[in-house]
Design a protein around this ligand. Structure first.
Ligand SMILES: CCCCCCCCCCCCCCCC(=O)SCCNC(=O)CCNC(=O)[C@H](O)C(C)(C)COP(=O)(O)OP(=O)(O)OC[C@H]1O[C@@H](n2cnc3c(N)ncnc32)[C@H](O)[C@@H]1OP(=O)(O)O
Ligand SMILES: Cc1cc2nc3c(=O)[nH]c(=O)nc-3n(C[C@H](O)[C@H](O)[C@H](O)COP(=O)(O)OP(=O)(O)OC[C@H]3O[C@@H](n4cnc5c(N)ncnc54)[C@H](O)[C@@H]3O)c2cc1C
Length: 665
């Protein structure tokens, strides 16, 4: 098949774009130099022929897929090392720390994923300087390959309930690691099955029979030469999953495995040779890696969505179906306003969480600096923000990735569209690093505490400062500021009524725990409402800030998206707003009109906006979303790679179907 350069539909779409695409790309990449650096790495990575798949992954067996993923992980490691990219050190965005590039090579994840995303960061975050010196170098050179083993068969959420023990033996100056039951087996860690030879094990520390809570230990589990499991180590893979099938998630049990004392990571808590425990300044510092990963998930979620929406919008521009007007040709499906309604919010939501993720990252970095000098004041607010934004970004983006998949009709169901895989890796973010409901309850705990302290005159932290405002009824105002105020009212209303319920339940004789459980549906609602108010506020203020430096054309488009996001959310959350604000039917009617006008206004820029995410075809990995828009040709080319198409008649015909047809079974 000879292809024209670009599908004429996309050519036409690109000609209607009103802003400079490169300018937006630079903004989303957090700077022109970041775009240039990213592209240079991509050029290098995508030119390596060993990193290309001859046969699509989905046609391989589970074992072959794993082996192929290992092969590519090794080549990719080499290439990234040559480019000087530092792995295991997070940046503000998935794109700038090259996770997007890295994981484009694997549609379903790399078995080295946890090495970079949690093993190395835990060494850096939890090890003392001597330990960092020793382990970080070895990990960076891939002399050791590790993972983060916390979750067990019996407990993932309730960390205090973990059963793996690390008992200190002061005679030999060693810890003895033991898994006392089946439920204490580690279960889930990425790469643990057959890839890693070391891991961070989160275990209950015991000294002379006394428990000292969960601590991180660095444990060798396989021989560095033969890769055989060490004596007393039971390790394997947990099996097939909804996604991440090439990540090699594993299980792990210990039978009295001894490790040296200095294999406990001792930046915050220490055990001396004679078994004296020195506790950290704040016991929650051992949970530090989780806070960091939750912060980064906000950006990952936005990135997955931006990839899905690029695929769906490009496809919607080249797909023609049905009739809008009888005497005219079939329109592009993107001309259906219902299609715009499904997809444009995906662009705006991706922007909202991307800009919030940069802001949250900066808050995290600020906290890190303060933590280094022993100041933990910001931690409770950071923990609440990381939990809550992780939840709403992962759930919103996953919902919208699925919407993108469905908006492509039947073809969105094809693995070659890459939309099913994107859904798989996106929905995992709702579970890993803290299950979403549990994370909302953590957020609610912080909010209720702040509310109660506030009622006794203590000041609120910055993202909760609006709690201090009196909830005076005021006329509905459809400006951005007005809508933001309205969402803050919803947040205050939900929190105050959750607190009232808690008080009523305890007054009626329930214990504090039972009252909490009974009110928990309200509490997660209050937590979500706070998260919404934070995102609305940060998205708006960040765009106002960038708006001062970008061109007027780009500024106008950025604000179209902010408005779309605000109005869409107002219409989605109408019930809450009717309850807690003065929103009227008349206001809703005018907001609906505003929404329809915004879809119309954004329509000519739709392709420009997704082009600005600047995903190369190799990153999108999709028959439907390529830059040139030749979706049908690519679908057919990929279909021809099915092993079944290698022969005109499959042997099963002669073996089974023909006898059936001839009545000779
Ligand atoms: C193609 C493919 C591309 C892919 C490219 C992807 C690249 C990116 C890959 C990422 C890959 C990750 C892969 C998954 C890796 C796992 O999933 S690792 C396992 C993660 N596990 C979890 O997150 C477990 C969730 N559970 C928890 O965090 C805790 O147990 C809970 C729920 C917070 C409860 O803990 P608890 O000790 O019982 O605490 P609790 O009594 O509720 O609270 C005590 C106090 O501590 C505070 N607190 C609790 N936690 C914290 C904290 N973390 N910090 C500060 N304070 C805290 C509370 O606020 C509370 O404060 P006060 O109210 O008393 O003032
Ligand atoms: C793809 C993937 C990769 C992972 N990678 C790793 C890894 O590398 N390392 C690692 O250590 N772990 C990993 N995990 C494990 C992950 O962190 C846990 O699965 C997660 O923290 C949820 O814990 P759980 O499975 O125990 O769920 P559960 O806590 O059993 O949740 C089940 C249900 O119970 C509810 N529930 C639980 N507690 C409460 C409560 N207090 N209040 C109200 N409702 C509650 C939840 O809301 C949920 O609906 C991974 C998981 C996945 C899916």
């Amino acid at each position: 098949m000879t292809l024209k350069k670009v599908n004429p539909d996309l050519e036409k779409e690109r000609s209607t774009c009103t802003f400079n695409i490169e300018e937006l790309t630079n903004l989303l990449d957090t700077g022109a130099h970041c775009t240039a650096e990213r592209r240079a790495v991509e050029d290098k990575v995508f030119s390596v022929k060993e990193l290309k798949d001859e046969i699509p992954d989905e046609f391989l067996s589970h074992k072959e897929r794993y082996e192929n993923a290992i092969r590519k992980s090794v080549f990719l490691h080499k290439v990234l090392q040559e480019t000087g990219v530092k792995r295991g050190v997070y940046n503000r965005s998935d794109k700038s720390d090259f996770r997007t590039t890295y994981y484009s090579i694997f549609k379903d994840g790399s078995p080295f994923m946890l090495q970079y995303s949690m093993f190395v960061p835990t060494i850096l975050g939890q090890g003392d300087s001597e330990q960092v010196e020793l382990w970080y170098k070895r990990a960076l050179n891939m002399e050791i390959i590790g993972t983060y083993a916390q979750t067990e068969l019996g407990h993932g959420t309730f960390i205090r309930g973990l059963e793996t023990e690390a008992v200190y033996d002061e005679k030999t100056e060693e810890f003895i690691l033991n898994s006392p039951s089946l439920s204490s087996y580690k279960w889930w860690p990425g790469g643990l099955g057959h890839t890693t030879n070391y891991c961070i094990v989160m275990a209950q520390l015991k000294i002379k029979g006394k428990p000292y809570g969960m601590q991180p230990f660095i444990v060798q589990i396989r021989d560095e030469e033969t890769h055989m499991p060490l004596p007393g180590v039971k390790v394997g893979e947990i099996g097939a999953k909804l996604a991440f099938n090439t990540v090699n998630n594993g299980f792990l049990g210990f039978e009295h495995v001894r490790i040296p004392r200095r294999h406990m990571l001792m930046r915050f808590s220490q055990v001396s040779k004679d078994g004296k425990f020195t506790s950290s300044a704040n016991p929650k510092l051992a949970y530090g890696t989780m806070v960091m990963v939750r912060v980064t998930i906000v950006n990952s979620a936005a990135t997955y969505l931006s990839r899905a929406v690029t695929i769906a919008i490009r496809y919607s521009a080249v797909r023609h179906q049905s009739k809008l007007k009888q005497n005219e040709p079939e329109p592009q499906i993107l001309d259906y306003v219902t299609q715009q309604h499904k997809l444009f919010i995906g662009i705006a939501t991706s922007h909202a969480y991307m800009f919030c993720s940069y802001w949250l990252w900066d808050v995290y970095v600020m906290y890190q600096k303060e933590q280094n000098v022993g100041n933990f004041d910001r931690l409770p607010e950071l923990h609440a923000l990381a939990c809550c934004l992780k939840v709403i970004s992962s759930s919103d983006c996953t919902g919208l990735v699925e919407k993108c998949r469905m908006s492509c009709g039947g073809h969105g169901f094809m693995m070659s569209s890459n939309l099913p895989q994107l859904y798989g890796i996106s929905t995992a973010t709702c579970t890993y690093e803290g299950e979403n409901t549990v994370m909302l309850l953590q957020t609610a705990r912080a909010l209720v505490k702040a509310w109660e302290l506030g009622s006794r005159g203590r000041p609120f932290s910055p993202t909760m400062s609006y709690f201090a405002e009196k909830n005076v009824p005021s006329k509905w105002d459809s400006s951005l500021e007005g809508i933001l105020n309205a969402f803050q009212k919803v947040s205050i209303g939900k929190l105050s009524s959750s607190v009232s319920s808690l008080q009523e339940y305890t007054k009626s004789g329930l214990s504090a725990e039972d009252a909490w459980n009974k009110a928990s549906v309200q509490l997660i609602g209050a937590a979500e409402a706070w998260g919404r108010a934070v995102v609305l506020s940060i998205y708006k203020s960040e765009i106002e800030r960038y708006g001062q430096t970008v061109s007027p054309a780009l500024k106008s488009v950025l604000f179209d998206l902010v408005e779309l996001y605000y109005v869409h959310l107002t219409l989605e959350k109408m019930g809450d707003l009717l309850l807690y604000t003065q929103l009227s039917e008349k206001d809703v009617v005018s907001l609906r009109k505003k929404y329809e006008d915004l879809l119309e206004k954004i329509r000519p820029n739709a392709i420009g906006l997704v082009d600005a995410f600047d995903y190369r075809d190799e990153v999108l990995n999709s028959t439907l979303g390529s830059y040139d828009g030749f979706a049908y040709e690519r679908l057919m080319t990929e279909a021809m790679k099915s092993p079944l198409n290698a022969e005109p008649v499959n042997q099963s015909f002669h073996k089974y179907i023909k006898p059936l047809m001839k009545g000779k079974l």
